[in-house]
Design a protein around this ligand. Structure first.
Ligand code: FNR
Length: 185
């Protein structure tokens, strides 16, 4: 099995990226056999239908990585109670058919939703919107558990995530997601 994580923030010291790294560590303890990677996508350009054909190289690469994944694990903050613009842009590229004969890569894909924010919502608003977008794209969303961590800075020291209180929830989501992917295949 291979799981591809997508951190919804491009910030170098992103809490959500650190959360994705912590998820990889949790998964490795539970299931060392699972191949886990975090997608690099900061080179994906703005969606522009004039530039769709042929697809930019970065878009082809991320589509291939998503296509190969047995499951996607999203870790996203929210910007103004919404999906961060860069992440929405990535999903917009992924939403388009690969070619005349090959559809878009999110259809049927098992997806788990996690995220953190410094405010009290834990990025739950963005997750609600992600459910809408991903449902429209026929992804298979794991509705429970979702992980929304509020006040994430209280679980960090000098910007480094310690993830004290939330670690068990991350482990539970990891375990449940592996079973969810198994059931879908
Ligand atoms: C934020 N932040 C934020 N936090 C929150 O709890 N609710 C919100 O609606 C917003 N809105 C928002 C908009 C924009 C444009 C920025 C840049 C930030 C704060 C956010 O939670 C914080 O910056 C996180 O650290 C972002 O996640 P990463 O980059 O650490 O993963």
């Amino acid at each position: 099995m291979n799981i591809l994580a997508i951190a919804g923030s491009l910030r170098a010291a992103s809490y959500n990226r650190q959360l994705a790294e912590a998820a990889g560590a949790a998964l490795a303890k539970l299931h060392p056999e699972i191949d886990y990677r975090i997608l690099a996508w900061d080179d994906v350009p703005f969606m522009n239908q004039d530039a769709e054909h042929p697809a930019p190289a970065a878009v082809t690469r991320v589509r291939d990585e998503v296509k190969r994944a047995d499951g996607l694990w999203l870790f996203s903050p929210e910007y103004n109670h919404a999906i961060p613009g860069p992440l929405k842009n990535l999903l917009d590229w992924l939403s388009r058919p690969v070619s005349d004969t090959e559809g878009q890569v999110l259809a049927g894909k098992p997806v788990a939703l996690a995220g953190a924010s410094i405010g009290m919502s834990g990025a739950a608003h963005a997750q609600d919107q992600l459910v809408g977008v991903l449902s429209f794209l026929d992804a298979r969303i794991m509705n429970q558990p979702r992980l929304a961590i509020p006040h994430i800075a209280t679980q960090a020291e000098d910007g480094v995530l310690k993830l004290d209180a939330s670690a068990p929830y991350l482990e539970k989501q990891a375990e449940t997601f592996v079973r969810f992917i198994d059931r879908q295949s």
